[in-house]
Ligand binder design. Structure first.
Ligand code: CDP
Length: 253
């Protein structure tokens, strides 16, 4: 059997060379990390759930015309995606205060923001992904003004879509992170949504109970992460049939 070429291994995913030029195989690991990988665990089935959930969100975004890297799911843990030149920014959209914003500005978690707020962090684990301004981004050449206009528009469209999809299943989209990458189509280049969209990169709270259904369950030791992600997948109707069985009878209704 031919060995695949590994392009990159990150905290939660491995990227392999795809079958055709311009494609990549994205493999979702079961590894969970938090606090810049200071806290680690293997959560069996997380990769399967995130593969499905990211497929679900990216496909939905494609259907409303938000360009993204997803091509097709290959198997339980892998999807074929377009290879992109990643912009070295983590783009965070917030609808309610939480996490670092609450800490930084002293706003109680869960406070609704006057409007969605978009923040940019420089993608560098060794620096802990520091918050940066558009001044830094322009001065250091990480993205052009046109890129920034496109990024803002993509981020807000993703926010509208995800907020609506989540609201429909009784979940509040508190905040999320996306990454975008550059693709070249002949003489043209454009930015598309890349990486993943999953409960690893969103804050999702049950609207009724406030229960956390995202990676904060792991970060803050609030219970079983797989149960939380399974609940999100189940509500969205993307629960894989052959994996991630529901083990807790309380989740069956
Ligand atoms: O998650 P944390 O409190 O460290 O940082 P945050 O700035 O409050 O995160 C805002 C949102 O972006 C949360 O939904 C995080 O899960 C997500 N995020 C991420 O997916 N990856 C990062 N490196 C940083 C934030």
């Amino acid at each position: 059997m031919a060995r695949r070429k590994k392009i990159y291994e990150g905290k939660a995913k491995i990227l392999y060379e795809g079958p055709e030029p311009g494609t990549i195989v994205q493999y979702f690991k079961d590894d969970a990390t938090a606090f810049n990988a200071e806290k680690k665990a293997v959560i069996e089935g997380k990769g399967v759930l995130n593969n499905r959930l990211s497929e679900f969100f990216m496909t939905g975004l494609g259907q409303i015309g938000v360009p993204n890297h997803f091509i097709k799911r290959l198997n339980m843990r892998e999807q074929l995606v377009r290879s992109v030149e990643i912009i070295p920014l983590e783009i965070i959209v917030r609808n309610y205060a939480a996490g670092t914003m609450s800490k930084r500005l002293g706003i109680e978690e869960g406070t609704q923001l006057p409007r969605p707020i978009v923040e940019y962090c420089y993608k560098d684990d060794s620096l802990g992904d520091p918050l940066v301004t558009e001044e830094h981004i322009a001065a250091f050449g990480w993205a052009s003004q046109q890129d920034m206009d496109d990024i803002l528009s993509l981020a807000l469209r993703v926010n509208d879509f995800l907020s609506g999809v989540m609201m429909a299943v009784g979940i509040r989209l508190v905040d999320f992170k996306i990454e975008v990458g550059r693709v070249f189509d002949g003489d043209f280049q454009r930015l598309i949504v890349a990486d993943e969209i999953s409960p690893d990169s969103c804050r999702l709270w049950d609207i009724e109970t406030g229960q956390k259904l995202d990676k904060d369950v792991f970060r803050r030791d609030l219970g079983d992460l797989k149960d939380a992600y399974t609940e999100v997948a189940k509500r969205l109707g993307v629960m894989p049939k052959t994996a991630a069985p529901i083990t807790k009878p309380t989740l069956i209704n």
